[in-house]
Every structure is written in C-alpha cells, then in structure tokens.
Design a protein around this ligand. Structure first.
Ligand SMILES: [Zn+2]
Length: 351
C-alpha cells in the first residue's frame, strides 16, 4: 500500500500507520496561520478497510471528497468529526481523498478546447510554468474574471467554468472578457494552501503604487491598467465551514457603491435555478463587518479604478449544508446563473 501526494493538488504527511489506522497531517508550508486543505492518494489497498485520522477542522460535513480519476468527485457521506473509514473493494486500486472537490487544471484545458477558446500564457510562474489565461470576445466593455488567488479554493473554478460556459453560449455585445482561472498556478499544482502566505498571498498583492511580488498579479494589474476594467469578479472559497462559510456570498467592498452591490445581489438571487447551489442575498457581507476590512485585494484594486462600475469577490462554500449541498454540477450551474446576473446587471446599469 502507498499513501502519497504525487499528483496535481497533493498535500499530505503520513504521521504513522498502526494496524488499519493511518494518522495524517496536512502541510501548511508557507501559510502563516492554521489552514485546512489536504489531498492524498491511496494505491494498492484493495480489500482493506482503513481509518484515516486527521487533525481538528480538516473534514467537512459529508466526509472527504472521493475520486478515482481526479475528474469526478463525490462525498463519502460518512465520517466521525476528525476521522473517516473507507473500505477499498477488490479492483479499487487507486482512490483520491481530499478536503474539497478538486478542480484539476486539465478540466479547464478540456473545457476551453471543447468551447473553441484559445488558452494563452499570462506569464511564466515563479517555478517556470506557463500560467494560463483566455480572452473571449472583443469590444468596449472590459470584464475581468479570476479564480485561485488562493490556491486551495477550488469551488471558485467550477463557478467560473459555468460563467464562461454561459458567456460563450450567449455572449455580451461589444465586450472583452479576460479570464485568469488559476492566479496562483504553482500553488494549485503543488497543492499549497495558498492562503496567508508569507510575506503575503496573491490576494494581498494589489497595493496601489507598489509593485506586485507575484508575476501573475503583476500581469493582471498591467492588463487592467492598459485595457481598463469595467466589471471584475474574483471567485473564491471561504473559510472551512460554519455560519456564512456554508453559503454563497458576495463580499461587498465599498460603501460608496453599496446600491450597486445590493442591485447585483438581488439580480443574482432572482437568477438562481433549482439545479444551482443556492444563493441568498441576505448572506452577503457588508463592508467593515467582521473580517471584511479593505486590503490589497484584487477586487478592491479593481473597484477603485475610475472606469470600474463594480468588482467583488464571490465566496462559494466548500460543502454547503444538507439541503443545499455542494456538487460539481451545482457549482457549474451557479456559474451559469451568475453569468445571467452579469448580463441583467449590465442592462439595468445601461453599461
Ligand atoms: Zn480566498
């Protein structure tokens, strides 16, 4: 039997194996606070029943996300608070377990190919990889879409895919869409937490008049400065679980633009279908409430641009709740609904 992290997104340390109990710990790496992301693969355990013990706050409401191919994910739907038990059937020679449903970059490349989108290189990452971006359409209105400013936050990618899917099927007139699906591309592939990196993470790298330390954020700023940014949406996952973190919510970042946030929220609420992960405007977080203080975030940087009408972070839960449960399809459908809301908002605001 082999327990390892040798795949895109892998993150685990095996502390001990005693009988059929495996003790695991996730790797914080350069994250300065306690964080919860992990993902590992078990090979060669056919016929065994193993219990995996984790630290506190590492498992969601429905146990681990489980996959056999890193493409399709489902919840195990059984776990204790900090451990889960899995029976490996005959022929089940490779199983992936993770904190959340991973979004493999290959899924994005396959999606882009299927939709006839050309994947370009935004920049070379710190580790020498080509960080991807795509452009859709051409026109005066400039929309910027991003995900994975925080490496571990995969729900944002499913939502983003749904947004792009809808906007390709039914384009916005006279509009250029610029999309960076994996801002922290190295972190996504290496399985980093990405959140609260030292000295700061990618979503604290937008300090006006100060050069970014990450090539990706520098390139995004350059694009926005050269091409303008009328609307910008940054797709994230919130904290692990509990309260608002179990929901979908908009992080309102400007008191001056509060009416616009409320308008978008209302339109989005009206756009949600029964196949989508639900969104309710009441869960949005107002500026200066709890942790929502302005900082050097992508959305704050874009909001402050004179030509920008609205820019914000959408947070989408990792797990949801029993009557509003996360699945890959429901996240993508949320993206479809979100794209429809963008279109209706543009009409309402006459942009
Ligand atoms: Zn985030």
């Amino acid at each position: 039997m082999r327990i390892h992290k040798d795949f895109a997104g892998g993150n685990i340390t095996v502390k001990s194996i005693q009988g059929d109990t495996v003790c695991l710990q996730n790797e914080l790496r350069d994250t300065a606070e306690d964080w919860f992301y992990w993902a590992f693969c078990v090979e060669g355990a056919e016929g065994l029943t193993l219990t995996f013990k984790m630290q506190k706050n590492r498992l969601g409401y429905f146990g681990p996300a489980v996959s056999h191919d890193l493409k399709k994910w489902h919840w195990l739907d059984a776990c204790g608070s900090d451990e889960f038990t899995y029976h490996f059937t005959e022929g089940e020679d490779k199983v992936y377990f993770a904190h959340n449903m991973l979004y493999h970059p290959d899924r994005f490349f396959d999606f882009a190919k299927e939709k006839g989108l050309t994947v370009e290189t935004l920049c070379t990452s710190k580790k020498g990889r080509n960080t991807p971006c795509v452009k859709i359409g051409e026109g005066k209105l400039s929309i910027i879409l991003t995900a994975r400013h925080h490496a571990c936050e995969s729900t944002g990618n499913y939502v983003l895919e749904g947004v792009l899917d809808e906007l390709v099927a039914s384009p916005i007139d006279n509009c250029t869409i610029f999309c960076v699906p994996f801002v922290d591309y190295d972190g996504v592939l290496d399985g980093d937490q990405g959140k609260s990196r030292v000295p700061h993470d990618q979503n604290r790298d937008y300090v006006p008049d100060k050069k970014s330390i990450y090539a990706e954020t520098d390139a995004i700023r350059k694009y926005a400065d050269e091409n303008g940014c009328n609307l910008a949406f940054d797709f994230h996952s919130p904290w692990h679980k509990g309260g608002r973190n179990d929901r979908v919510f908009i992080v309102q970042n400007s008191l001056e633009k509060i009416d616009r946030f409320n308008l978008f929220g209302k339109i989005l609420e009206d756009s949600i279908t029964s196949q989508s992960l639900n969104y309710q405007k009441a869960n949005d977080i107002a500026p200066f409430v709890e942790w929502n203080k302005p900082s050097a975030q992508f959305s704050v940087y874009m909001t402050a641009k004179p030509e920008c009408d609205i820019a914000f972070t959408l947070e989408t839960a990792y797990f949801g709740v029993p009557d509003n449960k996360v699945s890959q399809d429901r996240l993508v459908e949320l993206g479809h609904c979100f794209a429809k809301a963008i279109k209706d908002y543009i009409k309402e605001r006459a942009l």
